[in-house]
Design a protein around this ligand. Structure first.
Ligand SMILES: Nc1ncnc2c1ncn2[C@@H]1O[C@H](COP(=O)(O)OP(=O)(O)OP(=O)(O)O)[C@@H](O)[C@H]1O
Length: 232
């Protein structure tokens, strides 16, 4: 389980609390109004922010003080997931050799295999700037595959893509998560994403990241906070 145990975070006038548990392998959407704290929640889980109180645990282990690169969490942002000056082979190679050390033949083969897996066969020599938005998203998912972390945290990863491409990427994300058996936390502003992708939803509003609720149950009878967010 990923457990946020009586977690509290504050910054100026903003405060967020969370007391919840998420099961390995689940697909979870994180939704809520702008500025409610969705990114903050992901940052607390990935280790980019430290809670003022409470603990973060993975499979019973306290990871509250573990730095991001040593957490069981892979993070994917809306953009800038790849270094612009490195080709895909080197970008993805960093998942295997974070120190930037020379890639062995077996590393190269592993990178080429995941590139093929996400539909980017033979594009290892391209820099991110020479790829379309959709191809960049695929490359970021390929890196996640190489990292093999059991928790994937994605902060509006496909928001810049058109609807058809976004649907395609969510499907690829589902496949990648299944292959890894990973718990996925997907921040999205689109309730449709939550409906289509997620088994559970964490609603973040009014300073609280609420315990997850089954997606169908939540949308069948939305609580007031969600109704207000959905606009009626
Ligand atoms: N670096 C910062 N310094 C001060 N306040 C910040 C900083 N980053 C975020 N905040 C504030 O923290 C609160 C939570 O922000 P957060 O980005 O987690 O919300 P969000 O739900 O992800 O929003 P959005 O949907 O707009 O991305 C907001 O009120 C925001 O203004």
């Amino acid at each position: 389980m990923l457990r946020l145990e009586d977690v509290g975070f504050g910054q100026g006038a903003f405060a967020l609390s969370a007391d919840l548990a998420l099961a390995p392998g689940q697909r979870v959407a994180v939704i809520g109004p702008s500025g409610a704290g969705k990114s903050t929640l992901l940052d607390l889980i990935a280790g980019f922010r430290r809670p003022g109180r409470g603990r973060v645990l993975w499979q019973g282990r306290d990871i509250t003080d573990v730095p991001p690169d040593r957490r069981p969490v892979a993070m994917l942002f809306q953009e800038n997931n790849l270094f612009p000056h490195l080709d895909l082979l080197r970008n993805l190679g960093l998942a295997l050799r974070p120190d930037g050390g020379r890639l062995r033949a077996s590393d190269r083969a592993a990178v080429e295999a995941v590139l093929a897996r996400v539909g980017l066969e033979g594009l290892g020599g391209r820099r991110p700037g020479a790829l379309s938005g959709g191809q960049q998203s695929r490359a970021a998912l390929a890196r996640v595959l190489l990292q093999r972390r059991p928790v994937l945290a994605l902060d509006e990863p496909f928001a810049a893509l058109g609807p058809a491409l976004k649907t395609e990427m969510l499907e690829l994300l589902r496949e990648v998560a299944e292959e890894l058996g990973a718990l996925v936390l997907l921040v999205t502003h689109d309730p449709q994403d939550a409906r289509r992708f997620a088994e559970e939803v964490v609603l973040v509003s009014e300073g609280v990241a609420q315990a997850p609720v089954e997606t169908g149950v939540l949308f069948a009878d939305p609580p007031e906070a969600l109704r207000a967010y959905l606009g009626g």
